[in-house]
Design a protein around this ligand. Structure first.
Ligand code: C2E
Ligand code: CA
Ligand code: CA
Ligand code: CA
Length: 280
């Protein structure tokens, strides 16, 4: 049994080393990608499901690797977090999203998405001066603070340190704070008392089962009650079917996001989406 344990241990470490090496390679390529313009942002509509109008967009980063083709952010964001590259990468993402949102406000007027929501990782939130950097980007791009939402995960906030203070500083600027993947962490409900949160993004896992009846819809139903009770906005994430959309409306959800409404879009496609008449 001892031998077996030892064997397992060495297999485990070599797998870890391999993963570490792979992440280091991804991170090195990512540095080049950032410097040579291989990255771009797409924007997924956040829809007001009471009337089908466009409420906002979530900015999502994309990487088209010259040899490997498209690489998922689910792969390269963790590598960037581990190596610290997320800090310059995240700064680029924030500036790019705010520049685009300010341009839309100017070009589309009342048809522009009212908010742009930007994902921020734990590592960025821990950086001293993050809120000051956000203020500088807003100033430079001319995007009004109330048009920016910062999405953080429960784990990022729970990370401790200065994260909660940073969120207060963002709020003081007029920037909204969203808790992403809400309900999947260990301390979701407790965080609502200690964090200055404006919006809950109800995780896809609760949306997936919402039409299954009985107890499967209980959490999605409870989360909309909690948001209403605390005067928070709630966005249902990952809505894929008309049945899910109908059930979420019935439960009282006002905002939703997912392939049922629209995929993440290139800026030109988002503009077409924004200018179309909402389908009721
Ligand atoms: P997330 O923040 O939870 O983003 C939602 C993810 O779900 C996105 O995947 C989006 O394309 C996908 N999605 C949207 N609607 C549907 C749907 O109806 N069905 C399904 N199956 N998926 C849907 P994506 O773009 O691949 O991003 C994955 C994760 O990578 C994000 O999860 C986020 O954690 C991270 N990420 C993406 N862009 C950024 C970024 O700019 N900065 C940071 N820090 N993280 C990012
Ligand atoms: Ca998100
Ligand atoms: Ca999410
Ligand atoms: Ca996620």
């Amino acid at each position: 049994a001892k031998n077996q344990g030892k064997g397992r241990f060495s297999v485990y470490t070599s797998a870890m080393d391999q993963r570490g090496a792979e992440q280091a390679r991804v991170a090195a390529d990512l540095r080049t990608a950032l410097d040579t313009g291989q990255l771009h942002l797409v924007y997924q509509p956040i829809v007001d499901i009471t009337d089908g109008s466009l409420y906002g967009v979530e900015a999502l980063v994309r990487w088209n690797h010259p040899e490997r083709g498209p690489i998922s952010p689910a792969e390269f964001i963790p590598a960037a977090e581990r190596t610290g590259l997320i800090v310059p990468l995240g700064a680029w993402i924030l500036a790019e999203a705010c520049t685009q949102a300010a341009r839309w406000q100017f070009e589309l007027g009342p048809d522009a998405p009212a908010i742009v929501s930007v994902n921020v990782s734990a590592r960025q939130l821990r950086e001293a001066g993050f809120a000051a950097d956000v203020a500088a980007v807003l100033h430079r791009t001319g995007l009004p603070a109330h048009r920016l939402t910062i999405e953080v995960t429960e784990t990022a906030v729970f990370d401790g340190g200065t994260a909660v203070e940073t969120l207060h500083a963002l709020k003081a600027l007029g920037v909204a704070v969203a808790l992403d993947d809400f309900g999947t962490g260990h301390s979701s409900l407790g965080l609502l008392r200690t964090c200055p949160v404006d919006l809950l993004k109800v995780d896809k896992s609760f949306v997936d089962t919402v039409t299954h009846g009985g107890e499967h819809a209980v959490i999605a139903a409870a989360l909309i009650d909690i948001s209403n009770g605390l005067h928070l906005r709630a966005v249902a994430e990952g809505v894929e079917t008309p049945e899910q959309a109908a059930e979420l409306r019935r439960l009282g959800y006002r905002y939703a996001q997912g392939y049922h409404y629209a995929r993440p879009l290139l800026p030109a496609d988002l503009e077409r989406h924004a200018l179309r008449r909402p389908a009721h």
